[in-house]
Design a protein around this ligand. Structure first.
Ligand code: CTP
Ligand code: C5P
Length: 380
């Protein structure tokens, strides 16, 4: 008789604030290292103590992590410092984290215990996306209202006062200025499964900018309308035309990955037309087209859902969630100073830790896996 291989249980933890495809990619890589993935998410209180105020509440963050397709289980209120007791409590073999450093308010590596016990693995952090960077992009929207002169960062580098896309990325970990999309990443995120012959196909379209709990609840409802959910993403110029300002905050490539990481989504149309045409419906064999409770964007033209309505294949859904991309931006702007301070504190801590590491390395004093070189992290 063939012996059954024991299940490898993997633990990840973090803040998962403003969940983005960088978080999803770390969870994808973590899952690939085992069979069952448990994700511990910290409370608002813990994050505020160690890092600064989160943008999203713990309930919102728990839900967002549960919505990621590689996650099997979420542990709410996981401790900030990962202990062996926590790994044992959930029967996890080891803990996985990206190749950046996470520290407590006192500057202690939150993974020092699991590293010392040899129960820690690293995966490569996704360069060019972070909560810090996204907050920076949103704050750029306020540029006309907050014109401050350029000031020196305390770490001795020059940078503009608003932590924008081009200026937030200074630390060696959060530090790549731009995400570089590749076909491989899309393949890794995609299920790659076509619909089965008798599947009922649901189509929805929109910007899905800064993928959030409102989108998640809507997609859950949409998926319940059938068996195979296709999400059409409008192009950046189209979204900019109907939203104005600096929208979309995330570009099309980034939005594609955020939506593909969602467990309810089967397929994404990269750059869908605003108008849901007969050709599109025939091509994808769409059985039903859905829209949520937000206003329908016409882009100055006629009703984009005229065709599905004519065919009797249109349904308005109410997920009961009123979150919107604009509300997130409002939250950020309202707490602008706190977030700016939080971003700068995080960056300063990381730079100091990295400098200490490079100094120790030069002197031949690097002892354990504390701060491994980025290149040593596994790329999966
Ligand atoms: N992560 C990643 N790539 C990113 C951002 C985060 O791989 N671009 C990983 C982190 O390395 C960690 C997990 O996502 O393993 C959870 O990170 P989190 O605790 O939420 O905090 P940050 O690393 O600070 O993420 P961010 O800078 O986006 O707030
Ligand atoms: O705003 P956006 O175009 O990204 O929305 C995509 C889809 O998600 C739309 O159908 C919208 O009505 C829906 N949605 C929702 N509830 C929210 C936010 C968005 O049903 N809170």
């Amino acid at each position: 008789m063939e012996e059954k291989k024991p299940q490898i249980r993997v633990w990840c933890d973090g803040c998962y604030d403003m969940v983005h495809f960088g978080h999803a990619n770390s969870l994808r890589q973590a899952k690939a290292l085992g069979d069952y993935l448990i994700v511990g998410v910290h409370t608002d209180e813990e994050i505020t103590k160690h890092k600064g105020p989160p943008v999203f509440t713990e309930e919102e963050r728990y839900k967002m992590v549960r919505g990621i397709k590689w996650v099997d289980e979420v542990v709410e209120g996981a401790p900030y410092v990962t202990t062996l007791e926590t790994l044992d409590q959930y029967n996890c073999d080891f803990c996985v984290h990206g190749d950046d450093i996470t520290m407590t308010a006192d500057g202690i590596d939150t993974y020092h215990l699991v590293k010392a016990a040899g129960r820690y693995k690293e995966v490569q952090r996704t360069a060019g996306v972070s909560t810090t960077d996204l907050v920076g992009r949103m704050l750029l929207l306020t540029r006309q209202h907050f014109q401050q002169g350029a000031r020196e960062y305390e770490v001795g580098r020059e940078g503009p006062s608003n932590m924008g896309q081009d200026s937030s990325a200074r630390s060696p970990w959060t530090g790549c200025s731009q995400f570089l999309p590749t076909t491989q990443k899309i393949i890794q995120f995609s299920d790659g499964k076509p619909p089965k012959p008798n599947d009922k196909i649901v189509y929805v379209a929109g910007a899905f900018d800064l993928f959030h709990v409102g989108h998640l609840d809507f997609l859950e409802q949409a998926r319940k309308q059938g068996d195979y959910l296709i999400v059409g993403l409008h192009t950046d110029p189209v979204v900019n035309k109907y939203r104005g300002g600096n929208y979309p905050i995330m570009n099309l490539h980034e939005r594609v990955l955020s939506v593909l990481a969602c467990k309810y989504v089967s397929e994404v149309v990269i750059g869908a037309p605003l108008v849901v045409t007969k050709e599109l419906m025939d091509h994808f064999k769409v059985d039903i087209v859905c829209h949520g409770q937000t206003p329908i964007q016409t882009g100055g033209f006629d009703d984009p859902y005229a065709e599905p309505k004519r065919q009797g294949k249109f349904k308005l859904l109410d997920s009961g969630n009123t979150m919107t991309t604009e509300k997130i931006v409002e939250r950020i702007i309202l707490h602008r100073l706190e977030f700016e301070a939080r971003n700068m504190r995080k960056e300063k801590k990381e730079i100091a830790a990295y400098e200490a590491y490079t100094k120790a390395k030069k002197e031949g004093k690097v002892r354990c896996c504390f701060l491994q070189e980025c290149s040593s992290a596994r790329r999966l």
